[in-house]
Design a binder for this molecule. Structure first.
Ligand code: NAD
Ligand code: HSO
Ligand code: ZN
Length: 429
């Protein structure tokens, strides 16, 4: 069920192929998405209504739910469900609030002072996935840092459910976050609407949130064609588990399946130092998978997944750094030996008692993370993602005497005499 490779049999080309995911060689996804984007640009709200009919099978009467409608929907929740969402809210809030740091002022030379201050991005767009599963946890993961950062306008889009509404959990999170409206827009059309604006939806400065291949492709396209920025490419979920002989195969299989159940294009990879462990995990997958309610989805994802047998934890880490997983689980009693070697990963789960699911929901870390090897260069969402850091400098009378001659020489060297003069006129005073 899980393809297994021996690391030592793989050459560099095999490894490169193995770590590739979600490639779109014939540009099929790009072509579909470009067409959706230009349709939304041209037809605005009407295009969104058409796509809701086409992709979400919903005939919408209006494009959003307001605060009163959301509050009414939220009443359907049981007290323990509200409590669970509140606990998650508090933990995520605590962890993200700790990210608000005030950097000190630095005197680079006597009288020359430099510093940075954070300012919120004013208009942000949050995409909350809702195709194969509705994800209120993603709403918390994006809404909390946006609120902590102090963003003025928060536009929220999520695909409409068959009921023509949003689900009660999403409605309750909207209440916790004090959100005024949720727009019914899913997929690439939601991203286009927030990047260009429509009659109802404001154009935003930056779009956040994970999604399927259509959402992710739309984000990467609008990033290069509009002035709207994106958090990162955060596509189909993936996990890489490093397991040695101290791992528990029941836990490892459960962790692989937890990400496999997200979508047929999710990927769950095992890198193990023990052939017996690989066999035991496969036996567990065979037991645990068929009884899952989302077995069909998970089975497809597991077909798209594999195990690699390595000779040491160091070799496992070498492979993991090449793969650059969204989630990395160190299923070993010896995890402390190898954390220092982690170079590329979105979020890391240490030891045998730390399931990835805790990060998905409630430990406090953010679950919006780079996929498809983008963890080589991107970090996951944080409060920093919602602010710009503006640099400041101040030069005192002593400072201009100290730094002025250096700038004059450098400006002269570049042949930029007006630059030099801006210093010279001050030195002459
Ligand atoms: N990386 C992360 O941080 C992270 C976090 C949470 C979820 N995820 C991933 O987000 C994804 C959510 O995907 P989803 O599909 O459930 O929901 P989604 O909201 O991303 O996508 C649903 C929308 O896709 C569009 N769509 C569906 N089929 C289409 C088609 N054939 N052509 C054009 N558009 C189409 C529709 O508009 C639909 O509303 C999953 O893959 C999950 O693994 C990633
Ligand atoms: N694992 C997802 C990120 O890839 C996040 C999530 C939301 N709900 C459950 N899981
Ligand atoms: Zn998950």
């Amino acid at each position: 069920m899980l393809r297994t490779y021996n690391y030592q049999d793989l050459n560099t080309e095999d490894l490169q192929q193995l770590v590739q995911r979600n490639v779109d060689p014939a540009n099929e996804i790009r072509t579909i998405v470009e067409d959706i984007i230009s349709n939304v640009r041209e037809h605005g709200d009407n295009a969104l209504l058409d796509y809701a009919r086409k992709f979400d099978k919903v005939q919408l009467e209006k494009l959003y739910l307001d605060k009163a409608e959301l509050a009414e929907l939220a009443q359907a929740l049981q007290p323990e469900q509200k409590e669970a969402l509140k606990t998650a809210y508090q933990n995520i809030y605590k962890f993200h609030q700790s990210q608000l740091s005030n950097e000190g002022k630095i005197e680079t030379m006597p009288g020359v002072t430099c510093w940075r201050e954070a300012r919120p991005i004013e208009k942000v767009g949050l995409y909350i996935p809702g195709g194969t599963a509705v994800l209120p946890s993603t709403f918390l993961m994006l809404g909390i840092p946006a609120r902590i950062a102090g963003c003025k306008e928060i536009v929220v889009c999520s695909p409409p459910q068959k009921s023509g509404k949003v689900n009660a959990f999403i409605a309750y999170v909207a209440e916790l976050l004090d959100i005024d409206r949720i727009y019914f827009a899913g997929g690439a059309q939601a991203i286009a609407a927030m990047a260009y604006g429509t009659e109802s939806i404001s154009k935003v400065d930056k779009i956040f949130g994970p999604g399927n291949q259509f959402v992710t492709k739309a984000k990467t396209i609008i990033q290069s064609t509009t002035t709207t920025a994106i958090d990162m490419p955060a596509g189909p979920s993936e996990v890489l588990v490093i397991a040695d002989e101290t791992a528990n195969p029941i836990f490892v299989a459960a962790d692989l399946l937890a990400q496999a159940e997200h979508g047929i294009d999710s990927q769950a990879v095992l890198a193990t130092t023990s052939e017996q462990m690989a066999e035991a995990v496969i036996a567990e997958l065979n037991k645990q998978l068929p009884v899952l309610p989302r077995a069909e989805i998970a089975e497809q994802a597991i077909k798209n997944s594999y195990a690699v047998v390595v000779s040491s934890l160091n070799q496992a880490m070498q492979f993991s750094n090449l793969y650059a997983p969204e989630h990395l689980i160190l299923a070993s009693e010896n995890w402390e030996q190898i954390t220092g070697d982690i170079i590329n990963a979105g979020s890391v789960f240490l030891g045998n008692l730390t399931p990835e699911s805790v990060g998905d929901y409630a430990s406090g870390t953010n679950h919006t993370l780079p996929t498809s090897a983008y963890a080589r260069a991107y970090s996951g969402v944080s409060v920093d993602s919602f602010v710009k850091k503006i640099t400041f400098q101040h030069i005192s009378p002593q400072g201009i005497t100290n730094i002025g001659p250096t700038v004059e020489i450098l400006a002269e060297l570049e042949g930029l005499h007006a630059h030099k003069n801006a210093v010279t006129v001050r030195l002459a005073k």
